[in-house]
Ligand binder design. Structure first.
Ligand SMILES: N[C@@H](CCSC[C@H]1O[C@@H](n2cnc3c(=O)[nH]cnc32)[C@H](O)[C@@H]1O)C(=O)O
Ligand SMILES: [Zn+2]
Length: 432
């Protein structure tokens, strides 16, 4: 048994208090084994957390990690035009290797900003899984199915592939990878396919992840067609359940919030994407008050445009206050819980808390930056002042993925160079 001692720092505990403590990690099981006062524990190897704060690894509850290749490619448009005019045409040119390279770039960015788990929606998922395996993080992966604009056979094949990918990849990378069945959204997958395949996903025990109620343009046609709210329709086709979580939920009314709470359906809130695409402001405090589990996601890098969960916490707090017209809404502790414990709950992983028995997924922040001085309240700093570049070390499943800002799992420069080359070639192909 090899034990790693994270020593000399302060530690954020699950009750949101901060104390001076050392954290002992069993690297073979990948668990935290002890959190004790300084000087009481010893390990085979040490990670220096002096002048630092040990926090749970952040959980990015909704992203499209390979979309880093499209970062800055098309900005300043609303969702529908952005997807149809810019993103989908270029995505049509993406090769499996592009997806691999884009995923590697996104994962390097995540490791460098203290994210240790992600929930991803994309295609060429084997490539994303290979990148996740190398990165050492945890991921919930899946093939995203779209049926609109496809003939019956193509549509069916896409949905089947979503089911198959979820069955096949579950448990990969020594259990660091799990999966979801992924209809893209309530408007991009036809009702007949949802009615046929959602029961199949349930029977196979597969959790479900989809986009829902992101824009009013998406809500209105559903209301017109079915005469009920989108999430009532989602419930009717069997999509709302304990192991389902929905990205966005910007435009949800009281009935829909109650439905989410009653069914135990979770929400991945994506504040930066919602602001950038002017999709709207999710009623996050109302969702939380109703008892809905809300995590935080960056969405893809093309609608954010970074994958830094510290930025995302701050955005979630800010837009949550605006949406509630109440400065006390979505408070600092709340966003930190959303980005850690709540995200872990959505992903179905025992991470998000620094406590014996939990997964050893953690980040150590350096507290000596001017922007983190003075130290009145470190939870406030996590929510409002820290950025991903304050992260000194990142650990997942007991393994050190970044030590003193040196990423150990990838050659960072090589990943960046490959990404630039692949992105250039991709845009060339798309414009021809
Ligand atoms: N386009 C593929 C499968 C979709 S993968 C997941 C998709 O979600 C897209 N996406 C990214 N951000 C958003 C968002 O905010 N809302 C809806 N879709 C998004 C992303 O560009 C990607 O195409 C097909 O037709 O078979
Ligand atoms: Zn998305």
């Amino acid at each position: 048994m090899t034990e790693l001692l994270v020593t000399g720092g302060q530690v954020l505990r699950p009750d949101m208090t901060v104390e001076r403590a050392d954290v002992l990690v069993d690297q073979s099981s990948g668990d935290i084994v002890a959190v004790e006062s300084p000087g009481e524990l010893a390990g085979d190897d040490e990670l220096d957390a002096s002048d630092g704060l040990v926090v749970p690894g952040l959980v990015n509850a909704h992203t499209h990690v390979a979309m880093t290749l499209l970062r800055g490619y098309a900005d300043d448009k609303p969702l529908d035009a952005w997807l149809q005019e810019d993103i989908w045409p270029v995505e049509g040119e993406l090769t499996p290797e592009d997806v691999r390279v884009g995923a590697e770039l996104g994962l390097v960015e995540m490791v460098k900003s203290g994210t240790t788990a992600l929930s991803d929606m994309y295609f060429h998922v084997d490539e994303i899984a290979a990148a996740v395996e190398q990165a050492g993080v945890r991921a919930v992966l899946g093939h995203t199915a779209v049926t609109v604009g496809k003939d019956e056979e193509g549509a069916r094949e896409d949905v089947r592939q979503s089911l198959e990918t979820a069955r096949d990849l579950d448990g990969a990378a020594d259990g660091r990878i799990s999966t979801t069945f992924q209809p893209h959204s309530l408007t991009t997958v036809g009702e007949e396919y949802l009615r046929e395949y959602v029961p199949e996903a349930d029977a196979a025990g597969l959790p479900i992840h989809l986009h829902a109620n992101e824009t009013t343009d998406e809500v209105e046609p559903l209301v017109e067609e079915h005469g009920i709210r989108p999430l009532e329709y989602a419930d009717d086709v069997g999509l709302l359940a304990e192991d389902t979580f929905l990205a966005h939920c910007v435009h949800v009314d009281e009935t829909e919030i109650d439905l989410l709470a009653e069914t135990g359906t979770g929400v991945a809130h994506c504040p930066a994407s919602n602001m950038k695409l002017a999709s709207g402001m999710a009623p996050v405090q109302r969702l939380l008050d109703a008892g809905v589990t809300v995590g935080i996601g960056t969405d893809g890098a093309a609608s954010n445009n970074d994958l830094d969960m510290f930025d995302e916490m701050r955005d979630a707090a800010m837009v949550g206050k605006l949406a509630a017209d109440d400065a006390s809404a979505v408070a600092a502790e709340t966003v930190v819980e959303m980005a850690t414990e709540n995200g872990a709950e959505l992903l179905g992983i025992d991470s998000g808390r620094i406590e014996p028995g939990a997964n050893a997924d953690l980040a150590v922040l350096s507290l000596d930056a001017p922007r983190l001085t003075p130290a009145h309240d470190l939870v406030s700093h996590l929510a409002y002042a820290a950025t991903g570049s304050d992260v000194r070390h990142t650990v997942c499943d007991g393994e050190v993925l970044m030590r003193d800002r040196d990423v150990t799992v990838f050659d960072e420069d090589a990943v960046r160079e490959r990404a630039q080359a692949h992105a250039d070639a991709l845009v060339d192909r798309a414009s021809n």
